[in-house]
Design a protein around this ligand. Sequence first.
Ligand code: TXD
Length: 327
Amino acid sequence: MATRFSPKIALVGSGMIGGTVGLLSGLSSLSNNIVFLDVVEGMPAGKALDLAQATTCQDIQCTSTGCSDLSENSEGLKDADIVIVTAGFPRKPGMSRDDLLSKNAEVISNVGRAIGKQCPKAFVICITNPLDVMVSLLQKVSGLPTNRVVGMAGLLDSSRFRYFLAEALKVSVKDVHTMVLGGHGDAMVPVLSATSVNGIPLFTIIEMGMITQKQVDDIVERTRQGGGEIVALLKMGSAFVAPAVCALSMVQAYLRNERRIIPCCAYIDGKYGLKATYGGVPCIIGSNGVEEVLDLKLAGQEKEMFIKSMKDVEDLRANCRKLGFEA
Ligand code: TXD
């Protein structure tokens, strides 16, 4: 039995990332009311049973259920407080995120309609690629307010960047702070002007000789290719542990009203010189979902890179519309 005030978390797509979010949510007691949904018959019920037995082993009472009905009348989504959407297809080696456009747009349209009907008060985090366009499509189709439909990618890209920097600097990851903004594609923008090591700006760290500009440039490039590096190594599917943990951090910020500043794919209208679009920007996440989009003043090359990255997103949105979707 679920306890009275436990938030209901619905995982639409119960594959690698969805399954891992379920595991982490159950084991951390973030929710004891978890629903796995997937088109694969039986699989979500199997994951639910497996999770219930895992939490039992840890003396945690968790009600997890599985549901293969994703129609607009699906009971699985009904009144969910939080929905994590990973439904769709992941990349295979050699594929770009954009190659997933038409297949995943179809999936996201169906999922969005079901969310709009079954749980219009939910906070929705979309993870499916190509991320920025899928989040935009999901928000439009579901009709949910823009502050409650976000995408997870910036936190993952920023975690990759932090990890590589900390490794090169031989310091704790705890002391490295940074942000990766723009679209979740090869043109994403690791923002060096917003990067610091325990308060010391990265540019000063370079002057101090702790790392060279060339090393930083290489790390920027490795971050941009960070997803592809893992796809090539795994050979089947894409990264799933870090994406799941990042999604969970966003869920925590929402449920606990933490007001954390997190780079998310959020709705931008009027800031960054952009109108009515979705892209990776720093946001305050609290109990209203996106409480605020921070208008970080980028300058010089970083500004140009951000504009280029967002142009890629706009081009892909235009392609999505040509395919007949309302992204
Ligand atoms: O930072 C990021 N945003 C990302 C995004 C980081 C890593 C991976 N990223 C993307 O997440 C990836 O390119 C995929 O588009 C999604 C999900 O990745 P995952 O690794 O979890 O993919 P899986 O294991 O294939 O799971 C997807 C599940 C699978 O079980 C399908 O049967 C199911 O989605 N699926 C559906 N579920 C519900 N409804 C529909 N229509 C549906 N179609 C497929």
